[in-house]
Design a protein around this ligand. Structure first.
Ligand SMILES: Cc1cc2nc3c(=O)[nH]c(=O)nc-3n(C[C@H](O)[C@H](O)[C@H](O)COP(=O)(O)O)c2cc1C
Length: 182
């Protein structure tokens, strides 16, 4: 698949078939995470793979009833929970290097986009889910305090095609030379 086609064609998929994802296909998706760029190549990400339907339905309780991705958590055969180890990205000798503090949200974001694009290129669907009770998920999965639960995504074969939500025009977010005065 052409890179631009993958970037433009990837959609948030919220309806899944029950068909399983082969282990070698899952490995390809995880390989894409492995090659994401990160602060000083620190690779702070951790991915928890959950296939057990009981655990997936337990985890779905961490989402509010009005989260549009709610049903996909139990529907898709695989759930990937993306976490980041704190105090690595953006740090040097245990001290933050910049005023931005921990860059784990940034680096795990890059890893997640790699994951979603690779999944899409393999015919799989994903939807990044960030709006949930992170503490509850950490407790259920035994994630230690030193690691931040960031986002999750179901992984499986799409049951329906989603329409692309509209994007802003380039002229709305690109400024040449200087940020415009208000
Ligand atoms: C950081 C982040 C958090 C998100 N959280 C949720 C979520 O909790 N529930 C959901 O249904 N979609 C969630 N989404 C998906 C966005 O709604 C979706 O990416 C956006 O509407 C654009 O649609 P597209 O992915 O099909 O291009 C999230 C996306 C991002 C990047």
């Amino acid at each position: 698949m052409e890179l631009m086609d993958a970037i433009k064609g990837r959609r948030s998929v919220r309806k899944y078939k029950a068909d399983p994802v082969a282990d070698e296909t899952l490995q390809k998706v995880l390989e894409a995470v492995r090659w994401a760029p990160s602060w000083a190549n620190t690779q702070c990400w951790k991915v928890i793979v959950v296939k057990d339907p009981k655990v997936r339905s337990e985890l779905s309780v961490a989402l509010s009833k009005n989260n549009p991705a709610l049903s996909s958590i139990s529907e898709a055969p695989v759930l990937l929970i993306l976490c980041g180890t704190k105090g690595i990205a953006g740090y040097y000798k245990d001290q933050p290097r910049t005023a931005k503090g921990d860059w784990l949200m940034f680096d795990t974001g890059l890893a997640m986009e790699n994951l979603c694009l690779a999944a899409h290129a393999l015919g799989l669907g994903t939807v990044i889910v960030g709006n949930f009770d992170h503490q509850k998920v950490a407790e259920i999965l035994g994630v230690p305090q030193s690691v931040e639960v960031v986002a999750m995504t179901p992984l499986g074969y799409p049951a329906s095609e989603a329409a692309a939500p509209k994007r802003k025009e380039i002229s709305e977010f690109v400024f040449y030379g200087k940020y415009p005065e208000r």
